[in-house]
Design a protein. Structure first.
Length: 134
């Protein structure tokens, strides 16, 4: 799920002008290319169910331990239709695997649009599917 700040012409989405509101629930497909055991280049494609859009971003992830990761990125957000998040942004996220033997990770993060100053906040659970290319 993701939340973002209201646009000037979209102030009715919130009770207060500066409070982010929930916008959509998304399915995410992401990939990571490990540069070292602790640094990876990442990318993702996101599909929004209620507004029926595609968006994506790329960035860099730093892994602190096997169960905890931090990411910091300059991201290029893009969309399949006109709307928010079609811009460059600074972003960051944290990820945590609560059960060491599980591949399921809880992840939360945020990004800040460089052109519009929009704030995007997300949270969710991720289950990796590993694809090994011979």
């Amino acid at each position: 799920a993701w939340w973002d700040s209201p646009e000037d012409n979209d102030r009715d989405c919130c009770d207060r002008d500066d409070v982010p509101s929930m916008r959509d629930v998304e399915a995410v497909g992401s990939a990571a290319l490990g540069l070292t055991s602790r640094i990876a280049v990442t990318g993702g494609i996101f599909y929004g169910f209620s507004q029926s859009y595609l968006r994506g971003s790329t960035g860099l992830r730093l892994t602190a331990t096997d169960g905890f990761s931090l990411s910091a990125a300059v991201e290029r957000h893009f969309r399949s239709e006109d709307g928010p998040m079609d811009e460059w942004a600074f972003g960051g996220a944290i990820g945590w695997r609560p059960v060491a033997t599980s591949e399921v990770a809880l992840r939360a993060g945020a990004s800040f649009g460089l052109e519009t100053s929009r704030r995007l906040i997300f949270a969710g659970a991720m289950i990796p599917l590993r694809i090994v290319v011979p």
